[in-house]
Design a protein around this ligand. Structure first.
Ligand SMILES: C[S@@+](CC[C@H](N)C(=O)[O-])C[C@H]1O[C@@H](n2cnc3c(N)ncnc32)[C@H](O)[C@@H]1O
Length: 253
């Protein structure tokens, strides 16, 4: 399947079936759920002082409130997701459905996760709802912040962004996005970023470190890309407490 094919199969029901009880199932190709601004800071290992006065990219943005809140705080942010081609009504229906499915699986498989951050499934559900509602309001008011596109092809010039955040797509879905896609996506995120690209988590749906992480980092390092792993305070998938930080020392500024 081509990468573009992958983008346009968002609505297909996945034929993926989990092999063991330790796997968290996503029955659509990708889950249209999003985290809040506060969760983003925690899981990417950032604080408010890291919100630069140069543009930030959130890719994939999903129904996350990061773009809305960071923009309200005065930072220029663009979010990219293939789902943004849809109407407000479709997006709302999609996130409601995705949250319901995600929450019902979490109730069934509560023990597969670490609950220090959320405390309960109900609180996690409230975070998801809060993020999505804030996203939808901002999407309606500021459609220019939300770009319908998809990795590995982003419609931005080289070094457009100072900081790029990529959460809960790469490495998570390594059963349906192949090694080639991961490499092309990482290169594209680096191309449009003058400073750092941060990727979280490094674990896939079976909750183990994705087999692509170290191999991809080695390939990029061989080409002169700087790559490091930083510990973060956020833990939901057990042991997934590292963010990958990439930067290309040759990026023009
Ligand atoms: C689980 S959400 C993550 C959203 C957000 N980054 C977060 O962590 O809350 C995954 C998103 O990836 C999007 N997606 C799927 N294929 C993509 C692609 N090729 N490029 C960019 N985004 C994609 C989906 O539409 C979905 O919104």
């Amino acid at each position: 399947m081509s990468h573009h094919g992958q983008i346009y199969t968002l609505y297909t029901i996945s034929v993926h079936h989990c092999m063991t009880q330790t796997t968290f199932e996503v029955d659509r190709e990708f889950l249209f759920i999003g985290r809040t601004f506060e969760e983003y800071l925690s899981l990417f290992g950032l604080d408010r002082t890291d919100l630069t006065d140069r543009p930030i990219l959130d890719c994939p943005g999903g129904p996350s409130s990061f773009t809305a809140v960071a923009s309200a705080l005065g930072t220029e942010v663009m979010a990219v997701d293939p789902m943004y081609e849809h109407t407000l009504e479709t997006l709302e229906a999609e996130y409601r459905d995705a949250i319901d499915r995600n929450v019902s699986q979490l109730r069934e498989k509560r023990d597969l996760f670490v609950w220090d951050y959320y405390d309960s499934v109900e609180i996690r559900r409230r975070y998801l709802r809060a993020a999505a509602e804030r996203f939808l309001t901002d999407f309606a008011r500021h459609p220019g912040r939300y770009v319908a596109a998809g990795l590995p092809d982003l419609p931005f010039a080289d070094d457009t962004f100072e900081l790029t955040l990529s959460g809960n797509l790469l490495f998570v879905y390594d059963d349906r996005l192949d090694r080639e896609f991961h490499e092309a996506a990482a290169r594209e995120l680096l191309r449009v970023t003058a400073g750092e690209v941060r990727v979280f988590p490094l674990a896939s749906l079976d909750r183990t470190r994705s087999a692509f992480v170290d191999d991809l980092v080695e390939t990029l390092r061989d080409e002169g890309v700087a790559a490091r792993f930083e510990s973060v305070d956020y833990e939901f998938q057990p042991g997934a407490t590292e963010v990958l930080v990439l930067s290309d020392p040759l990026s023009g500024r």
